[in-house]
Ligand binder design. Structure first.
Ligand code: PGA
Length: 251
């Protein structure tokens, strides 16, 4: 089984960096390397960013989509729409949607199915709260959350997992190295139990307050195949540093 692909994925959330074209241009100059790079902008500028990055070794992605392909769902965007706007991947189950908008695991599983049906890669976000970690239940909780967020007919070749502890997102806090390693090992084990050998090439990323100062340390943790980055991805120079950190060869 091939090893997981390495990734650096930016999630702009409900923000658009000033100078979209200049940002895209700075990335367009990047050489293709084994590290896959993607940016997930707000849906209204997804097409524009996809166009600006056309031909560059940088993909675009949606931040969320509806489980249905079309219909009377005011305000929602479907996976086919995300694909038509040039995206190659789409996030599902970000904690800001799970907690802020009440999205349950079964809703996320429906979205993952819709994303994969379009031939897109689903980036499934999971992670525990501070209270769950303090109770010593971080791994059990996150493994269960992952299991329930994946549809019955999951396509492992179109799947990325992002471990994002809720308490580390946007706070400047990050888990200890050993805690990230233990969580990634627990998630890998659960994936192997469910999908067998196919699970070995699923990339498991870390997300939550990744920045140019801590990226190298995090990327060195065993079985961390890259990062999902919020705030630091809004700054093209910081994001370029993160990509470079992922490009450093690791055993
Ligand atoms: P952050 O966000 O890097 O700003 O902590 C990460 C995320 O929410 O994916």
């Amino acid at each position: 089984m091939p090893k997981p692909q390495r990734w650096m994925i930016g999630n702009w959330k409900m923000n658009a960096p000033p100078g979209l074209q200049a940002y895209a241009q700075s990335l367009s100059k990047r050489e293709a390397t084994p590290v896959r790079v993607a940016l997930c902008p707000p849906a209204t500028i997804l097409q524009r960013l996809s166009d600006a990055l056309h031909g560059a070794p940088v993909m675009t992605g949606g931040q969320d989509c509806h489980a249905a392909d079309h219909g009377a769902f005011t305000g929602s965007v479907s996976a086919p729409m995300i694909r038509e706007a040039g995206a190659r991947l789409c996030l599902a189950g970000h904690s800001e949607r799970r907690l802020g908008l009440g999205e349950r695991n079964d809703i996320i599983a429906g979205k993952v199915e819709a994303i994969q049906r379009q031939g897109l890669i689903a980036v499934v976000c999971v992670g525990e709260s501070q209270a769950t970690r303090a109770a010593g239940e971080a791994e059990a909780f996150t493994v269960r959350q992952l299991g329930e967020s994946l549809p019955m007919a999951t396509r492992t070749e179109q799947l990325i997992i992002a471990y994002e502890p809720v308490w580390a997102i946007g706070t400047g806090l990050t888990p200890r190295r050993d805690d990230i390693a233990a969580m990634h090992a627990a998630l890998r084990k659960a994936l192997v139990i469910r999908f067998g050998e196919d699970a070995e090439s699923i990339a498991i990323l870390y997300g939550g307050s990744v920045n140019p100062a801590n990226a190298r340390t995090i990327l060195d943790v065993p079985d961390v195949a890259g990062c999902l980055v919020g705030a630091a991805s809004l700054d093209p120079a910081a994001f370029a540093t993160l990509i470079a950190a992922a490009e450093v060869d690791r055993p």
